[in-house]
Design a binder for this molecule. Structure first.
Ligand code: ADP
Ligand code: ASP
Ligand code: MG
Length: 409
């Protein structure tokens, strides 16, 4: 007998019927003789609807109040699920994030979990109860309610599993596992039997929304086995673990993509020792996430610097750069929005030169212009026009033979 953490996402708890289905899946796990901790998301599109209402009141809602609002979504689900389990004869208790002892850094909207005091959960498990915890939320040292960023319930589940030394964490969702690419857009995407932590971390960071990147980080750091599986189908899902063999000598495991990217270029930036640090510290201080950075210093007195950000951060980025204009002494700023990033990921790339070359050949054969590039040992990303994103992913998915029928690794 061990501890199992199960997490059910928004679609999986989207209606009262679905909550009854979740209760049945929880009871099956409990009946296998395990202690069960369940983490749930807000029902269906609740979080989006709450964001929408706030935006109707003001375009830039106060971040503290936003967290107060969004955490109500998960609170609805935990109580309904506890009622469903209790009425099926399985004693259970629901906890908000803070009741579950989840302490976060004092950042609204995207807080990291610092520590979890599992005392309350453990004593309820000792009493034989099923414990249900609201995902995506925590509390700061001084008692403010925080959220972990969109999709953060995955992180609640994995962090709890790590803190409780659980045997396994199962992420139940609306697909049957992690696919070679998002099956909602790429029709011949194929389910993977297993993915390594590092590959999954890249895929999640590069836009594969099936898992919150920090959840994968936690799982990797604690060596916790993670399985992504369907809340409706009973088939085995995708195992995320340390070492995974490549299937059929494929070098690429999956293709990820994300849109809404803007490239910002600072022209005529004088070469100096401090220019880059001034720019990127100022952006970081304003919580602007910079992704790809391109700069190459030549003999000339000035240089051009390009970097990519999310579209939503453009106004703030321009504001920050203008504020430092005198100090930086650059010529002008330009930007191009409506861009997307497509990425190929696979640990087989390390020992296979020519993967990036094949990617660029595929893109050029499809008349897709590459605007920025970034690589790591196990991924290559290209920034392209938004309108070409799905065509690019389809072409890469085919070229790297990702839809060939699965062979168990
Ligand atoms: P939940 O509400 O259960 O957390 P999400 O919507 O956050 O569910 O994540 C599941 C969705 O992730 C799927 O419906 C799918 O469209 C998307 N997705 C993106 N990339 C992938 C991928 N590589 N494999 C599987 N699903 C993916
Ligand atoms: N309800 C939150 C969201 O929609 C957290 C989650 O579902 O993981 O982002
Ligand atoms: Mg999710």
């Amino acid at each position: 007998m061990g501890i199992i953490v199960q997490k059910f996402g928004g679609t999986s708890v989207g209606t009262v019927d679905r909550i009854q289905n979740v209760a049945n899946r929880v009871i099956e796990e409990k009946n296998r003789g395990n202690d069960v901790v369940v983490v749930v998301s807000a029902m269906g599109k609740t979080t989006d609807q709450l964001v929408g209402m706030a935006k109707e009141i003001t375009p830039s809602p106060d971040k503290r109040e936003m967290d107060m609002l969004l955490t109500t979504g998960e609170q609805v689900t935990i109580s309904l699920l506890a009622m469903a389990l209790n009425s099926k004869g399985h004693p259970s208790v629901s906890f908000t994030g803070w009741q579950a002892g989840i302490k976060t850094e004092p950042v609204h909207g995207n807080a990291r979990i610092l520590d979890i005091d599992t005392g309350a959960i453990k004593s309820e498990l000792d009493r034989g109860k099923i414990v249900i915890v609201a995902g995506f939320q925590g509390m700061t040292e001084d008692g403010s309610i925080t959220t972990l960023g969109r999709g953060g319930s995955d992180t609640t589940a994995v962090a709890l599993a790590a803190a409780l030394k659980a045997d396994k964490c199962d992420i139940y969702t609306d697909v049957t596992g992690v696919f070679t690419s998002d099956p909602r857009y790429i029709k011949n995407a194929r389910k993977l039997y297993s993915v390594s932590y590092d590959e999954m971390l890249e895929l999640a960071n590069l836009g594969a929304g099936v898992l919150h990147p920090r959840a994968v980080e936690f799982a990797k750091n604690y060596g916790l086995p993670l399985e992504v599986r369907s809340s409706l189908e009973k088939e085995a899902g995708t195992l995320i673990e340390e070492e995974v063999k490549m299937e059929q000598n494929l070098v690429v495991r999956g293709v990820a993509f994300e849109d809404d990217i803007t490239r910002v270029t600072i022209l005529g930036l004088p070469n100096s020792l401090t220019g880059l640090s001034t720019i990127f510290s100022a952006l970081a201080k304003n919580h602007i996430n910079v992704d790809i950075i391109i700069q190459s210093m030549t003999e000339a007195q000035t240089t051009n610097l390009s970097f990519s950000i999310k579209n939503e951060d453009l106004t703030e980025t321009v504001k920050v750069l203008e504020k430092h204009r005198e100090q930086l002494n650059y010529d002008r700023i330009e930007w191009e929005s409506g861009l997307a990033k497509v990425s190929i990921v696979g640990s087989g790339m390390i020992s296979n030169p020519g993967v990036a070359a094949e990617m660029f050949e595929v893109l050029s054969a499809n008349e897709i212009q590459v605007k920025m590039v970034s690589t790591s040992e196990i991924k290559v990303s290209a920034v392209i026009e938004n309108s070409k994103m799905i065509d690019a992913v389809d072409a890469l998915h085919n070229s790297f033979k990702l839809s060939v029928s699965a062979v168990k690794a």
